[in-house]
Design a protein around this ligand. Structure first.
Ligand code: CU
Length: 123
């Protein structure tokens, strides 16, 4: 019986370390809170350079022009196709948790050349 206790103690310690390690990882994963990325549409242009985002991030498109733009992004479930952004207003696109990593073109269907790339990163 004493031998079992002696053997059990190190096993319990190892189990405890593994459990702590796993929970520590979980806390780290949760700590990666969704970010808010602000994108301003101005003078019929989108900001230069790609927009880098992770699933769960919020991308807020603000129309600072005096006329309507659209945000057209054929994400997997087509919820954000040709979304109107009235002058002086904003729309929010939440990158779906299921959106595969990759590059997606976002454009305004009203103004040719008004486009950018959303790079979805899952790591
Ligand atoms: Cu436009």
């Amino acid at each position: 019986m004493r031998l079992i206790k002696v053997l059990f103690a190190p096993v319990a310690l190892i189990v405890g370390i593994v459990a702590f390690g796993v929970s520590g990882f979980a806390v780290y994963a949760i700590a990666e809170a969704p970010r808010t990325i602000n994108v301003v549409l101005k003078d019929d242009r989108l900001p230069p350079g790609a927009i880098h985002a992770r699933p769960g991030d919020r991308i807020i498109f603000r129309n600072s022009d005096d006329h309507t733009h659209t945000a057209n992004l054929e994400e997997p479930d087509h919820r954000f196709v040709d979304k109107e952004i009235e002058a002086g207003t904003s729309v929010m696109f939440i990158v779906p948790l299921t959106m595969p990593a990759g590059e997606y073109e976002l454009n305004c269907t009203s103004h040719e050349g008004m486009k950018t790339t959303i790079v979805v990163e899952t790591e």
